[in-house]
Design a protein around this ligand. Structure first.
Ligand code: NAD
Length: 491
């Protein structure tokens, strides 16, 4: 069992006298590594290192092209180390090996994408209404960034936050989830191999309440970029407001996946199954509310049950496995609690609903893929994010009814629409209150397309060109070109 240290100022630092957090393998139910239980002082040292890197280190004076080259090298090294990183992600998180291998290519590409942007961040010359004055904008890094992330895709969050932040010239302190920090620590060591100067990227581990406030409230942190639950996001937003800091929030969801009677029902059912049981339902974009037109509800439900029956639950390292364990024990308990809540509130359990058992599943935190029918949109199971493999099937009458139910929710992260009627498809894409709408598909992601939520699902956009804007601060500069001295009394 390996003990990891924080990654601060370009080196692993194992603080003395600190406690440890055990990294648990959710498949075996055993500890496999230990990470430091960070304290506010560790966060303070990391922020100080980042500030030094931004003000006095080589990063501060490096050309934008030079920064881009390092980012590109990081992307290459993510691929070189992908076998090791993939194994870590499976052990720490229970993610499926096939999914993680594919996703590492995606993560490497995110670094390459923003590497290309580093030397294309341009200011402007503005034709203003004042004579003898040149008006310019200088774009620069916003400052030290605190990146606080969730447990379900640590390397992806790290890439979509740190790659644009570094391309803009910022330095970052990452606080990964206490449930899955190892891959972020391993990744940090890779950035050194890529030539990233010391202090530009730091990783401090620990519980949110121990380390988080020290990062969010530090006067040297300019921006907090957060991925996690809406409850924690709201707390961080309030803390950040006291220091008048910028925030970017990628929060939870309760996304509607809407099937009309004229859809390709086979494709729609497959999209519904992958939209909720992919990644064991532990996706912010999970299509957890399946809205089905009443005329085809029975037919679609029948097909969902047939498909759910074939899902292979098991060892996430086995390439044949389709659904792995729930990533951590608190999350497993939460999923099981919500199954009870749905039943108490009167939803009909049509499939699953128990902890999954069987050969090879001992020791793990497995839940059966679970489908509830007869769900009313007002029930807790339809309104609250579970972040697990539970699908609620809700009927609707017509287009207006579908829009009403889809938007009758506090969240607004993603949505799916299935119909062959193109005019209706476009109307639905416009009407649904969500940051991303998938039409006749679900879970199609690209780092080139902006991603972010509305309502309680977040503030701001990540990914794509929009994903770099938060990290750039524009300075306005006005230069006099007058030959005469200015008048004492301003005109
Ligand atoms: P969480 O809110 O419990 O924790 C997220 C991070 O915040 C962790 O690193 C945690 O240690 C830290 N934290 C906790 N309390 C803190 C505090 N007081 N101050 C500072 N930091 C604190 O979320 P989670 O359970 O790790 O992740 C699941 C949630 O993340 C779900 O709601 C999911 O939808 C959301 N999520 C959103 C996206 C997106 O892009 N929108 C992506 C993935 C996950």
């Amino acid at each position: 069992m390996r003990d990891y240290g924080h990654w601060i100022d370009g080196a692993e630092q194992v603080p003395e006298g600190t406690g440890w957090i055990e990294a648990m393998d959710p498949f075996r139910g055993t500890a496999w590594a230990r990470i430091p239980r960070g304290r506010p002082e560790d966060a303070g040292r990391a922020v100080a290192a980042a500030k030094r890197a931004m003000t006095t280190g080589p990063w501060a004076t490096m050309s934008q092209t030079g920064r881009g080259k390092i980012l590109r090298r990081i992307g290459d090294l993510v691929l070189e180390h992908s076998a090791r990183l993939a194994e870590i992600e499976v052990r720490d998180n229970g993610k499926l090996i096939g999914d993680v291998r594919g996703a590492l290519q995606f993560k490497s590409d995110i670094w390459t994408y923003y590497a290309g942007y580093a030397d294309k961040i341009e200011g402007a010359v503005i034709p203003i209404d004042k004579p003898d004055t040149l008006a310019l904008t200088f774009p620069g890094p916003v400052g030290v960034v605190a990146a606080i992330t969730a447990w379900n895709s640590p390397l992806q969050f790290l890439a979509v936050k740190c790659a644009p932040a570094l391309a803009a010239g910022c330095a970052v302190v990452v606080k990964p989830s206490e449930h899955s920090s190892v891959s972020s620590l391993e990744f940090a060591a890779i950035t050194r191999e890529a030539g990233l100067p010391d202090g530009v990227l730091n990783v401090v581990t620990g519980f949110g309440q121990d380390v988080g406030p020290a990062l969010v409230e530090s006067p040297d942190v300019a921006l907090v970029t957060f991925t996690g639950s809406d409850a924690t996001g709201a707390r961080i937003y309030q803390q950040a407001a006291r220091g008048m800091k910028r925030v970017a929030m990628e929060l939870g969801g309760k996304s509607p996946n809407i099937i009309f009677e004229d859809a390709d029902l086979e494709a729609a059912a497959a999209g519904a199954i992958s939209g909720i049981f992919g990644a064991t339902g532990q996706m912010c974009t999970a299509g957890s509310r399946l809205l089905v037109q009443n005329s085809v509800k029975e037919q679609v439900t029948r097909r969902l049950l047939e498909m759910a029956r074939t899902i292979k639950i098991g060892d996430p390292m086995d390439p044949g496995t389709q659904m792995g364990p729930v990533s951590n024990k608190p999350q497993f308990d939460k999923v099981m609690d919500y199954i009870g809540i749905a039943r108490e509130d009167g939803a009909e359990l049509a499939f699953g609903g128990r902890a999954a058992e069987g050969p090879g599943l001992t020791g793990g935190q497995f839940v059966e893929p679970t489908i509830f029918t007869g769900v009313e949109n007002g029930m807790r199971i339809a309104q609250e994010e579970v972040f697990g493999p539970i699908l609620s099937v809700i009927g609707f009458e017509d287009e207006a009814d579908a829009i009403r139910i889809a938007n009758d929710i506090d969240f607004g992260l993603a949505a799916g629409v299935w119909t062959k009627d193109m005019a209706r498809l476009i109307r639905m894409c416009k009407a649904v209150e969500a940051g991303t709408v998938w039409a006749n598909t679900y879970r199609t992601y690209s780092f080139m397309v902006p991603f972010g939520g509305r309502k309680r699902s977040g503030i701001g956009k990540e990914w794509g060109i929009e994903g770099i804007r938060d990290f750039i601060e524009t300075k306005s500069v006005m230069i006099s070109t007058a030959t005469a001295a200015p008048s004492f009394i301003p005109r």
